[in-house]
Design a protein around this ligand. Structure first.
Ligand SMILES: Cc1cc2nc3c(=O)[nH]c(=O)nc-3n(C[C@H](O)[C@H](O)[C@H](O)COP(=O)(O)O)c2cc1C
Length: 194
């Protein structure tokens, strides 16, 4: 983990959370408590949006049957249309898209909005850090989007009650880690000081 140069306790706690987060791709069966889910919902809503539009919608999904159907739908699309590299990656991950996480938060936006995807990215990042600070782990997920180009799209839209103008932007699986993973390597040359 990165060295934390700040000793102020509040800054230290926040920075340690940022430096400790990594994508976790295996979860235990332990469900989240209602308090944890409610705190994560508050964190999602606290994320800033361009012009404070707050136009995105957060779907907090704990229904295992829905998550399983969504996972199968993604695999079907990859199997049918996916490039070889993606099919290979899917095999390596044993067909897991949501990694058995007990909670999946899907963020839906009107993609015609100039800052919609940016807003979603900020929200999903906020959720990842909130989860880590709460002793949970997470992985941000773009792949669930593939299901909306397959045969299951209508079912998913209806099951979510997705308004016509909204589309899946990005999501995050959250739960109790069933594996360890170090944070990714960083490259200081990617920061340009002027
Ligand atoms: C927008 C976005 C989409 C992602 N989609 C997926 C995904 O569908 N499946 C997955 O396993 N990881 C996904 N990831 C996780 C990245 O692979 C991961 O963040 C990256 O490898 C860096 O690793 P770290 O998160 O452990 O630092 C996504 C990350 C981002 C930011």
């Amino acid at each position: 983990m990165k060295e934390n140069l700040y000793t102020n306790t509040q800054a230290e706690a926040v920075l340690n959370t940022i430096f400790a987060r990594s994508s976790i791709r295996a979860y235990t069966d332990e469900p989240l408590t209602p308090e944890e889910i409610s705190t994560l919902a508050d964190a999602a809503l606290a994320a800033p949006t361009a012009m404070n539009r707050q136009a995105q919608r957060f779907f907090f999904i704990t229904d295992k049957e829905l998550i399983n159907k969504w996972e199968i739908a993604v695999c079907e699309v990859i199997e049918k249309n996916g490039p070889d590299a993606m099919r290979e990656r899917m095999k390596e991950r044993s067909g897991k898209v949501f990694y058995n996480a007990p909670l999946f938060v899907a963020i839906a936006v009107d993609k015609s909005g100039k800052y919609s995807m940016c807003d979603s990215g900020i929200a999903v990042g906020t959720l990842a850090l909130a989860a880590k600070a709460m002793g949970l782990d997470s992985v941000i997920l773009g792949m669930p989007d593939l299901a909306f180009s397959g045969e299951c799209a209508g079912y998913l839209r209806e099951r979510l009650g997705l308004a016509e103008n909204l589309e899946f932007a990005v999501g995050i699986a959250i739960g109790h880690a069933a594996m360890d993973k170090a944070p990714h390597e960083t490259d200081n040359s990617h920061v340009i000081y002027i």
